[in-house]
Design a protein. Structure first.
Length: 130
């Protein structure tokens, strides 16, 4: 039985997408409600893995931006949510670049205190020439 029966045709409106204030990914307005608690859980799990000095306070969801007509300004709200997620990134102790927690773990496989990844931008240390 390989016959795939498509469901009844539906008028498909493009689902409005919302940014997750924690991870910065986009979700449909329905799935964001499912995702956010899970994402927060994951955030806590990742946060607990960090050394105590690096742990942060739980992220707070920014308020929705209300437009002049009293409705939620989806675009402006998304910008606030996305910016919030960017502010949650963790600085790599070796190279100083900022990453999401899960990315940092991957990054630090190749970036170590002995051999930090090349710093992009200004070079704060005296150049060591051999
Ligand atoms: Zn998320
Ligand atoms: Zn690094």
């Amino acid at each position: 039985m390989n016959n795939f029966t498509p469901g009844p045709p539906r008028a498909r409106q493009p689902a409005p997408t919302v940014f997750c204030y924690i991870c910065g990914r986009q979700f449909g307005s329905k799935s964001i409600g499912i995702h956010e608690p899970q994402c927060l859980k994951k955030w806590h799990a990742e946060n607990e893995k960090l050394p105590k000095s690096k742990r942060r306070a739980e992220p707070v969801k920014p308020d929705a931006v209300i437009a002049h007509d009293g409705k939620v300004d989806v675009e402006a709200t998304n910008e606030v949510l996305w910016k919030n997620s960017q502010g949650l990134m963790v600085e790599c102790e070796h190279c100083g670049r900022k990453f999401k927690e899960d990315r940092l773990e991957v990054h630090q496989r190749s970036c170590t205190s002995d051999n930090p990844a090349k710093r992009v931008g200004r070079d704060r240390s005296k150049s060591q020439k051999r």
